[in-house]
Design a protein around this ligand. Structure first.
Ligand SMILES: C[S@@+](CC[C@H](N)C(=O)[O-])C[C@H]1O[C@@H](n2cnc3c(N)ncnc32)[C@H](O)[C@@H]1O
Length: 283
């Protein structure tokens, strides 16, 4: 049952138009930008870790159980923005079939390797942006965790269209959950970063479309460790490049900023403290 006025949806669309993302200067396509970022995250972060360790943490099982509420052994499932298969591979073991949509080549390869290693053969892989993914059927459960794939009303409603059962979205709920990017952005640009919306835009846009979603929030505290300040500066430079031409002076400023906060052994630990949420609904 769709309502006639879409006040909240228009508000989200306007927020996107006014956001810093609307003034990107890098001239890259969305898929090229995602790939560039993924390659750097891989080089400076993932390649230096055993990613399977993430699955041994108790928080991981809490996260997986939250999603397991919506599946049965017979479910068909769609993961949007599956990354290296952190959730997709273990969840595929619990269902009949899982489709994993992931546009970044480097993550897709990691996910396929992980599925092979764990003997999981029921995943269909789609190297696509969610907006480009050809929707040919409906799935019992459609979810997306910590991904930017659901970034506007169209991609959100496509998610709803893809499901004949349940949908679930896991994302940050507090402004601080995006590490220290906002601080760096205002340091180099001299203005605040204007985000293209938040979890409230998702809930209210669903409301405008006659969907009254459930919301669960929880506190998040964790530490993200970088082996060297250089690794982190390179990552942040890539995140800044869509918005600003990063000059040598800016790079030096980033080095100074992170060096002033690094540990005595040269590592840098970012303390994440904020809230995350799951938005879910029955289609
Ligand atoms: C932080 S990772 C999360 C990965 C995984 N869902 C997890 O929870 O571990 C975000 C993922 O979303 C993917 N992504 C970003 N934009 C996307 C889009 N428009 N369509 C599909 N996936 C996208 C990225 O390539 C990346 O793999």
């Amino acid at each position: 049952m769709a309502t006639t006025t879409h006040y909240w949806q228009s508000l989200w669309e306007e927020t996107i138009r006014q956001s810093s993302n609307s003034n990107r200067i890098d001239g890259l396509s969305n898929v090229d930008r995602i790939n560039l970022h993924a390659e750097l995250v891989y080089k400076n972060f993932y390649s230096k870790r055993n990613l399977d360790d993430l699955q041994r943490k108790p928080e991981f099982w809490v996260e997986l159980n939250r999603l397991k509420r919506f599946i049965t052994k017979d479910s068909s499932v769609l993961d949007i923005g599956a990354g290296f298969g952190r959730i997709a591979v273990p969840l595929a073991k619990e269902v009949r079939r899982l489709t994993a949509v992931e546009p970044a080549r480097v993550y897709m390869k990691l996910m396929k390797d992980k599925a092979d290693r764990e003997g999981v053969g029921n995943i269909e892989f789609a190297e696509d942006l969610w907006s480009d993914f050809p929707l040919r059927k409906k799935y019992d459960f459609v979810y997306s965790t910590l991904s930017l794939a659901i970034s506007d009303p169209d991609t959100l409603m496509k998610m709803n269209d893809a499901s004949r059962g349940y949908c679930a979205l896991e994302l940050g709920a507090s402004p601080s959950s995006d590490l220290d990017f906002n601080q760096i952005y205002s340091m180099v640009k001299g203005e605040s970063f204007r985000p293209p919306g938040n979890y409230l835009n998702i809930i209210t846009t669903l409301y405008d479309n006659g969907i009254y979603a459930n919301l669960e929030t929880w506190e998040v505290t964790s530490e993200v460790k970088y082996e060297t300040v250089e690794d982190l500066v390179e990552l942040r430079k890539t995140s800044l490049k869509p918005y600003v031409r990063v000059t040598e002076e800016m790079e030096e400023m980033l080095h100074r900023f992170y060096r002033s906060k690094m540990n005595s052994d040269g590592t840098y630990v970012f303390h994440v403290k904020g809230a995350a949420c799951m938005i879910w609904w029955k289609v």
